[in-house]
Design a protein around this ligand. Structure first.
Ligand code: OGA
Ligand code: NI
Length: 335
């Protein structure tokens, strides 16, 4: 029987050592760059190969016009520069409120505080017209954010289709409820901190959605877990960083992994990033696709609705956070 009470993982196993472990430097560029202007076959292979290894890729020649990206960066900066009084009416700690401004993370992390401000804009279906709830200031925000949302969500859907081709899933697998929950466009600002070694912008986590398209800033901060070390994500100009959410891990029965990442702060400059999150609907039942199940490959995850999944998976289990895939299975076993 599916129990829908929130699963509160014990926070006692909290490992300060891992949480604040500095990043290991690396010569190779991570995430790997995928040039979307290559042949479709090459792009399919590149996404799958790099994605299987790292759970993260960065895409270039992705078709989103540079102007749309610059405009989005500009309105984001303008928004965060508004006075506190001008942003106050948008402030809410109610995680059920689709469009809101808040500080800290949405995950429950005990008493730990994270240094981050977010403007979250919800984009609903069928017609995507939820922008009336979006802030009317700065004046161009609604128009620019809507255009940017449509373009980046389109890119996300294109990447999901390429994944289908590469994985041998029918090409419309990710159309419909599995991708038509409220999408979110989140504008993140990570203020500088007096002690970056102790102040994280975002705790280690895996994204709970299907796929995330992130516009990183020139200011470093995103780190990806690879072989037990935190590696700085470095992006090339105009690239989007794309990562697989936990729902993709479940659908592919673990062929694609949702990899843990965090955001560190620095002591001098604020960092801005912009995320487009594609979500299933709350009632969409998600489990491993039949295509990946055989006698030798039994389902590793249970099917559950996205709503139940989010409810259960709302606590960052910091202590054992080196392997969230195992956590994901443990959590599913506990219900
Ligand atoms: C997230 C996230 C990274 C960033 O919001 O899930 O990982 O660079 N953001 O802001
Ligand atoms: Ni994330």
């Amino acid at each position: 029987m599916l129990q829908t009470t929130a699963y509160h993982a014990p926070l006692l196993e909290y490992s300060k050592e891992l949480l604040h472990k500095p990043a290991t430097s690396t010569i190779a560029l991570l995430p790997p760059v995928v040039d979307m202007s290559s042949s479709r076959d090459d792009v399919c292979h590149a996404i799958l190969d790099a994605g299987k290894e790292y759970g993260f890729i960065q895409v270039v020649n992705h078709g989103v016009p540079e102007q749309a990206i610059r405009d989005m960066e500009l309105v984001s900066q303008e928004f965060f520069q508004l006075s506190a009084a001008d942003k106050e009416h948008l402030y809410s700690e109610d995680t059920n409120k689709p469009t809101r401004f808040f500080s800290g993370t949405t995950f429950e992390t005990g008493s730990d505080k994270y240094s981050m401000n977010t403007l979250r804009l919800a984009y609903s279906f069928p017609n995507g017209d939820s922008s009336n709830d979006w802030p009317s200031s700065p004046p161009r925000l609604r128009e620019v954010a809507m255009k940017y949302m449509e373009l980046t969500r389109g890119l996300g859907m294109e990447l999901l289709q390429l994944l289908c081709e590469g994985l041998g899933l029918r090409s419309d697998y990710f159309e419909g409820d599995i991708s038509r929950g409220d999408a979110a466009l989140s504008l993140f600002q990570y203020p500088p901190s007096s002690d970056p070694s102790m102040t994280l912008g975002l705790p280690p986590h895996c994204d709970r959605n299907l796929i995330t398209i992130l516009l990183p800033s020139a200011v470093k901060g995103l780190q990806i877990l690879y072989n037990g070390d935190w590696i700085d994500a470095q992006s090339v100009p105009n690239a989007f960083i794309v990562n697989f959410g936990l729902q993709l891990e479940v659908v592919t029965n673990g062929i694609l992994k949702s990899i843990e990442h965090r955001v560190v702060t620095n002591s001098t400059v604020p960092r801005l990033s912009i995320g487009t999150f594609i979500h299933p609907t709350e009632n969409c039942l998600i489990g491993p696709a039949d295509e990946f199940l055989t006698e030798d490959n039994p389902p590793l995850y249970r099917a559950m609705t996205f709503g139940d999944f989010k409810h259960i998976y709302n606590v960052i289990k910091l202590g054992s956070s080196l392997n969230l895939t195992t956590n994901l299975r443990d959590i599913q076993e506990n219900i």
